[in-house]
Design a protein around this ligand. Structure first.
Ligand SMILES: Cc1ncc(COP(=O)(O)O)c(C=O)c1O
Length: 356
């Protein structure tokens, strides 16, 4: 949905890579993450400083093929190597639907999916995936497994902690923080994510995982991402010609328009409801607003058991609440599709009335 912004930017992010460039596996052999392009590291740090959403001072940057690869690298790095049983991996429901799949796909001996963090009560070590703002429901979250000193490790998945989706209330400073270009800039296809990791050994292990998995991360993608992140930081400079050149203001306006349209349609329906988000002050924007999450977590009324099935009958494809470890009365709807798709969705949704 951010394509219009990038079109407006014209050639600002165009880059040419000659046939003789970027051949080596290595980007900087002296860096702990030896395949990380220095230009990307610099652009990542500059962007976090510009937005003020995460501290970067004493964290190591590890680049991944999307944050999907970094989730796996973090699970590997945080799993104890001397335990007879795999460590439990939990996340509070509703949780991002890929977590169970990613955790159990290879039936690792190191870690296993243990479900909803709210109900987790087994003894022993665990890893909690904390997604904030959360996918699917857009809520700002904290770890929920408490009173287990020394047993738990946290991975903060901050894919959506950017000003177009939510207010930036502070620069977060967690041990392992994951970000991705796909949600920040819209460049999902470049497959670039990055982790900010406090502990050197954890960062080293994550780097090792990526070395074994893909021997590094595409340099073309890293260089393109560096250029794009750089352009976003430039767009936030105070002397820009128009506030709509500021990427985050532009994209927040788009998100807010879509949410307004969806809320208007849902208000007229006698079937659906949406979460309410509080007004919160954003340090980056310098004003207060409610969240505009990348997904709508929509609920249907008591007379409909399976909202996903109901909507499919009306030619609307969603993801059922079941996939997120919760009830089928909820569905997740993408708010970041292309304009034509989003408008068609609204049009179809607005024609549905309860007639039972
Ligand atoms: C919470 C969360 N984490 C990670 C990812 C994976 O993103 P990437 O495209 O960087 O692999 C997604 C993508 O939807 C996500 O929603």
């Amino acid at each position: 949905m951010f394509e219009s912004y990038w079109r407006k930017m014209g050639d600002k992010c165009t880059m040419v890579i000659a046939g003789y460039e970027s051949l080596s596996y290595f980007a900087d052999a002296k860096n702990l993450c030896w395949f990380l392009e220095p230009k990307l590291e610099e652009a990542v740090k500059r962007l976090h400083l510009t937005v003020g959403n995460a501290v970067v001072g004493d964290h190591h940057v590890v680049v991944g093929t999307g944050s999907s690869q970094l989730i796996q690298a973090a699970l590997y790095a945080l799993s104890p190597s001397d335990e007879p049983e795999p460590v439990s991996v939990v996340s509070a429901a509703p949780y991002y639907s890929s977590y169970p799949e990613v955790t159990d796909f290879l039936r690792s001996g190191l870690y296993k999916w243990a479900g909803d963090a709210h109900t987790f009560d087994a003894d022993g070590p665990y890893i909690e995936l904390v997604t904030s703002p959360n996918n699917p429901d857009g809520v700002m979250r904290e770890a929920v497994v408490v009173n287990r000193p020394g047993q738990g490790k946290l991975v903060h998945d901050l894919a959506y902690y950017w000003p177009q989706y939510t207010s930036i209330s502070r620069a977060v400073d967690f041990d392992v923080m994951l970000f991705t270009a796909s949600k920040c800039t819209g460049h999902a296809g470049s497959r670039i994510g990055w982790a900010l990791v406090r502990d050197k050994d954890v960062a080293r292990k994550m780097t090792k995982f990526i070395e074994i998995n893909t021997i590094g991360v595409s340099k073309e993608s890293q260089l393109r991402a560096a250029k794009i992140l750089g352009a976003i930081s430039d767009s936030c400079l105070p002397f820009g010609p128009s506030k709509y050149d500021n990427f985050f203001e532009y994209s927040k306006t788009l998100m807010a328009e879509r949410w307004d349209k969806l809320r208007a349609v849902v208000k007229r329906s006698n079937i659906f409801s949406l979460p309410k988000y509080p007004n919160q002050y954003c340090l980056f924007a310098g004003d207060s607003s409610e969240a505009h999450p990348a997904f709508a977590w929509m609920k249907c009324n008591d007379r409909i058991e399976d909202c996903d099935k109901f909507l499919r009958e009306h030619k609307i494809v969603t993801r059922s609440g079941r996939r997120f470890g919760t009830d089928p009365k909820h569905v997740r709807i993408s708010m970041v599709s292309r304009d034509e798709e989003f408008n068609l969705f609204l049009q179809r949704l607005s024609t549905i009335q309860w007639s039972g």
